[in-house]
Design a protein around this ligand. Structure first.
Ligand code: NAG
Length: 278
């Protein structure tokens, strides 16, 4: 555990002294641990390399976003991870468990090409999806593997059990996890989620939460990482509210099945690839 832990524990224990009932502590605690779709809170560390399709996108050696390897040379992630960013400065690490330390299982790549969805809108979060072509094919092994994308048009129904995993920091104090984290979530009804988000949720988005926000919160996500339902990447971590565990703002994912045609077109045409206008 990093030094950040002790400062957070100290801050929370001071709060507890002046607030024995824990009201302030829970209010402020959630604020301190607050989230913007970038961290797993209240999850568990996965068995190392048990999710071999998880990619870690790093800038200057620091974990920036998650992603999922779905073909030997292609990673799917979120567009907001690369918006106004120079992908030539990024590295993609496969076969990792630690977010920072080198490991013998790791394969490190440069990005040959990053393809943001041409209709990505950073304000509405619409079409928050991005393809990364690696500079060479990954060598598949027990610690580097592929995750299937869903078929076109599949829409996981309300209550479907899924997993979300990532290396996002564990709190606003910025401490990194020791290894890849994950937590269980369930798919929410789109209509009620849309109401919670005041009409911001489109038919190409998917909502999910942990169902027990007091312990897990909704800060379950790591931007760009996959929402894994069954054995498919049904969602890409896109956005969530500022307040952890606030039922008013459940986590929102990009619905991968709505982009299968676009993905296939980009992967096939990546050599000549005239980018389609929005
Ligand atoms: C979400 O709500 C807005 C505003 O009421 C509506 O325009 C939009 O179509 C809704 N989205 C879905 C997927 O129903």
């Amino acid at each position: 555990m990093g030094p950040g832990w002790s400062s957070r524990l100290l801050a929370l224990s001071l709060l507890f002294l002046i607030d024995p009932l824990g009201i302030l502590t829970s209010l402020l605690g959630w604020g301190l641990l607050g989230c913007k779709g970038s961290r797993i809170i209240g999850g568990r560390e996965v068995k190392p390399h048990s999710r071999p399709y998880m990619a870690s996108v790093r800038f200057l050696g620091e974990h920036h976003c998650g992603g999922v390897l779905f073909m030997a040379q292609w990673v799917l992630t979120a567009a907001h991870c690369f918006f106004n960013k120079d992908s030539s400065h990024a590295l993609v690490v496969l076969g990792a468990h630690s977010p920072s330390d080198p490991e013998p299982t790791q394969q490190v790549f440069r990005i040959q090409r990053s393809i943001l969805h041409p209709c990505y809108d950073p304000v509405t979060h619409e079409n928050d999806i991005c393809l990364l072509k690696l500079n060479r094919k990954a060598v598949l092994s027990s610690s580097v593997g592929l995750l299937k994308l869903p078929s076109k048009g599949v829409d996981p129904e309300q209550g479907t059990k899924c997993l979300v995993s990532g290396w996002g920091s564990l709190s606003d104090f910025g401490e990194s996890p020791q290894g890849l984290m994950e937590t269980d979530v369930s798919v929410l009804g789109r209509e009620s989620c849309n109401k919670s988000w005041k009409g911001q949720v489109s038919s190409k988005m998917l909502c999910a939460n942990s169902g027990s926000w007091k312990h897990n919160g909704f800060c379950t996500a790591d931007s760009g990482g996959p929402l894994i339902c069954g054995k498919e990447a049904q969602g890409i971590v896109s956005f969530s509210g500022t307040w952890c565990g606030d039922p008013k703002t459940p986590d929102v994912y990009t619905l991968v099945s709505a982009y299968i045609t676009w993905i296939q077109r980009m992967v096939q045409k990546s050599k000549q690839a005239p980018l389609l206008p929005c």
